[in-house]
Design a protein around this ligand. Structure first.
Ligand code: TXA
Ligand code: MG
Length: 342
């Protein structure tokens, strides 16, 4: 199969919608990361997603909708007051909500779970694709399983070339990290995966929030996470990644020391304002701040692989606000190997 990459004209979106309708897969941009879409109501089409990604069958998918009236057929109960408040505040946007599922949603989508993850993206191309398809679209991130999520069409092509017929190229994704996944089946909204909608933003509109304990630590032996995706090794570069946290001075001193001691090709991931602290050492810029780091992180991890880095040192962030999502992804990529510099 040859993978076409098209700029997202109305004609290209119609071609993509036709492929979705026919049970094929399409790579498409969203404001978070690129998705690998299929008709969510067609179990055979959904199975193709698992095959193309090499994704374990017990990891459920997110169903994408373009209008709020398309939620009711997918869920078994009316959204709770907290869920409604979140929907009003943050849809369309980088937020996925978990609801009890209706019988319309095939078990292939939810990996047999009794709940379904639903998201209404804000990206105009994603929304137009869902509208023209006139179907809910099941879409995980469009990477091969275990690779960093794709934030450009080039990343999707790297992972999916020859496996899918079409990628819509909408340029780089704005947020750069996957959506916040929130379980709204209980009384208090529970963050299963942090993202662009922060716990602070959730508490502000829903009155309360819990963050699942597995967000900032590795899973324990035999532990079953609430969000099955959490148990898989994610976003891991080929090189051995260490995160260094502390004051900018202490972090730079410790990273320089570790870099100079390294016996194999090393690389530093650092915020732009700190690059000058690393002299002539090999660096990749993560941008100006937490937003920049969210936007650049996955591309930096892919570049680290391309550069053949065997040891990688990254500056960390405080795990609050958007920093929680950044540190969750960076932490997983580093198998939570975090050094505190003083
Ligand atoms: O931003 C995003 O969410 C992107 C774009 C394409 O929308 N999609 C994405 O999908 O990141 P994926 O498949 O890479 O991640 C979905 C996450 C996984 O961790 C999965 O386990 C979790 O959502 N999930 C899906 N359905 C669930 C459910 N019913 N209960 C708990 N977790 C669920
Ligand atoms: Mg993913």
């Amino acid at each position: 199969m040859i993978t076409q990459v098209l700029s997202p004209s109305e004609g290209a979106i119609c071609e993509a919608a036709k492929l979705i309708f026919e049970g094929e897969l399409v790579g498409f941009p969203t404001e978070t990361v690129y998705g690998l879409g299929a008709n969510a109501l067609d179990a055979k089409a959904v199975q193709k997603i698992f095959d193309a990604k090499g994704r374990p069958g017990d990891n459920p998918l997110i169903v994408h909708i373009s209008h709020i009236q398309h939620l009711a057929p997918l869920v078994r109960e009316r959204p709770s007051a907290a869920a409604k408040a979140l929907i009003d505040a943050y849809w369309p946007g980088p937020m996925t909500l978990i609801f009890p599922k209706s019988t319309l949603v095939p078990a292939a989508v939810t990996a047999g779970l009794d709940t379904v993850a639903v998201r209404m993206p804000s990206h105009p191309i994603a929304r137009r694709l869902i509208e023209v398809s006139a179907l809910p679209i099941a879409a995980p991130s469009a990477n091969r399983s275990g690779r960093p999520s794709p934030t450009t069409a080039k990343h999707v092509l790297e992972d999916m070339s020859g496996r899918i017929p079409l990628i819509l190229d909408g340029g780089p994704c704005q947020v750069g990290l996957e959506s916040t996944v929130i379980d709204v089946t209980g009384c208090v909204p529970r963050v299963l995966r942090p993202g662009g909608i922060t716990p602070e933003m959730i508490a502000r509109v829903a009155g309360n929030v819990e963050v699942d304990g597995s967000v900032m630590r590795p899973l324990k032996e035999g532990e079953t996470p609430r969000s099955p995706g959490m148990k898989y090794r994610h976003y891991a570069p080929k090189g051995n990644l260490t995160i260094v946290q502390g004051s900018p001075d202490a972090v730079a001193r410790e990273i320089c020391r570790l870099y100079d001691e390294a016996k194999s090709p090393a690389l530093i991931l650092a915020l732009q304002p700190n690059l000058c602290r690393y002299g002539g050492r090999k660096t990749i810029s993560l941008g100006m701040n937490a937003e920049g780091m969210a936007h650049n992180l996955f591309d930096a991890l892919r570049k680290a692989d391309e550069m053949g880095a065997e040891v990688i040192f990254s500056e960390g962030l405080d795990a609050d606000g958007l920093g929680l999502a950044v540190m969750n992804r960076l932490g997983r990529a580093a198998a939570f190997h975090i050094v505190h510099a003083s």
